[in-house]
Design a protein around this ligand. Sequence first.
Ligand code: G3P
Ligand code: MG
Length: 245
Amino acid sequence: MSDPRVIGHRGASGSAPENTLPAISRAADMGVAMVEFDVKLTRCGTPVLMHDDLVDRTSDGHGPAAGFDLAALQALDAGRWFDDRFAGTRVPTLAQTIDLLVARDLDANVEIKPCPGRTAETARQVVEMLMRLWPADKRPPLLSSFEIEALATARDLAPDLPRALLFETLPSAAEMDRLTADLAPVAVHLWERPIDADVVAAVHGRGLALRAWTVNDPTRAVHLVRLGVDAVFSDFPDRILDALA
Ligand code: G3P
Ligand code: MG
């Protein structure tokens, strides 16, 4: 049984190009139970895995991801920027990714990462695709987003899919109460830096799990878990698995 306290961030993105099928396969090879990845829409509305609004950092192309139709986006090389060994890697669609998650028996945290002005549309396309393609006998995907509107859209379309609030810093107690009541999340996914015992208590006190991103230092991961953090996202999940073993 793999350790559910360690989540591969953008796959195993320290060892393979982030948000690609090789990165997700690497995480599975490492024995990780769950991977996180970022999803946005092509120009034509197909959900694909990509973090930035621009394709420039993670491919050999230029310009906004939202300006590419699927064929043009998948003509880009999304691996060579990371290492020549990954030359020819393509930007995966969410549908292709679901196939791999099923084949490798991986749980998923789908982070809805809309391009500007496309928040509700992105959430809708992602949720509709998950409802269509996600096997009924597989543990449901966990949805998260920095965009409250995306989580509200997901709640309305698929109330049974679990949701996580995503923040850099925890909002005020009043705002947490409001969001918890409105969105019925199961967890908070928080930047690791501001986490201390008070933050853990504030999240757990509302009945929510707390997961920390992005933790690549094994010593920090052990400290956070000792504080009560339920899981950490890491680009190097193998290192964190070793440290927690
Ligand atoms: O979902 C956790 C983490 O991935 C959020 O930040 O910018 O890496 O997507 P980012
Ligand atoms: Mg992310």
